[in-house]
Design a protein around this ligand. Sequence first.
Ligand code: ATP
Length: 319
Amino acid sequence: MKKFAVLTSGGDAPGMNAAVRAAVRKSIYHQAKIYGIRHGFLGLVQGELFPMKLSSVADIIHRGGTVLQTARSPEFLTEEGQKKAINFLQKEKIEGLVVIGGDGSFRGAQVLQKAGIATVGVPGTIDNDIPITDYTIGFDTAVNTVTDAINKVRDTATSHERIFIIEVMGRNSGQIALHAGLAGGAESIVIPETPFNLEEVCNRLMRGVKRGKLHSVILVAEGAGGGIYVGDEIKRVTRQEVRVMILGHLQRGGTPTAFDRILASRMGAKAIDLLLEDNSGQAIVSRNGRIEAVPYDELFARKKEFSWDDYHLASILAI
Ligand code: ATP
């Protein structure tokens, strides 16, 4: 009987549970043993392993967060920590590990792979900042959460005829800002991928004010200077009343959308297929609607594609 394990690592993302469920049930379907590891790589260092059965993942497909808990583990970044993790996995005779997380977690998975432990990465992060894959698990839910927030802010923005700046997550990535901005009809989108053009944002705002627009919503990714900075600058130049709202961690929470649950189910199951085929050392991606696998090195060599077409479209539609 094959012996696999699954962990979640890095920031939690809605849909991680659906991926854990898929990995567990697919393993059991193929008569493999499957174990859960709590607290990501920290759990490997500390030896937090427990057997999982069909009922271990009952009633979790619709729940946000991760039932396996997650962590960022500085200890696992050290050679000593990695040795502990490797020894633990070898002692427990784990023949394959599914790592659900972001790009940092994939780097960790690659360390284990190089030490002879079969791993497969499943992209679970709200940021959608992993190259090659069109979507990561949790992104769609986060975009819907932000879009909902924009809808609500529009009501008050319109009533008070105010400019609202909404700061969304994305330290290095404007994906959430772009998609939610497009979905929510934001006037401007400020992202880390391109320098903040204060003049253009203010001109656009003032054009709107002049033609009697009752509200304006500007989306700012946290990595693009942050909402407070952008808000202060806009206030200074336009002398309009500006309100800043930082959405923060609520973007991570909530029940995953159907899209994320389906993506997570497909990816979690595919990870087990790869382990069963002895085809590890790869990350699962969704490319043009197909679930595929890409070797870690190939993934790390690529940059996340940014849809400038969508960025320009958002700007045209908010004319
Ligand atoms: P998110 O996109 O949500 O931030 P992430 O997986 O990128 O998720 P990180 O904090 O970067 O989150 O990484 C999670 C964990 O993976 C780290 O705490 C660390 O234990 C491990 N890790 C990150 N980078 C490396 C690396 N270069 N080598 C080994 N392990 C790493």
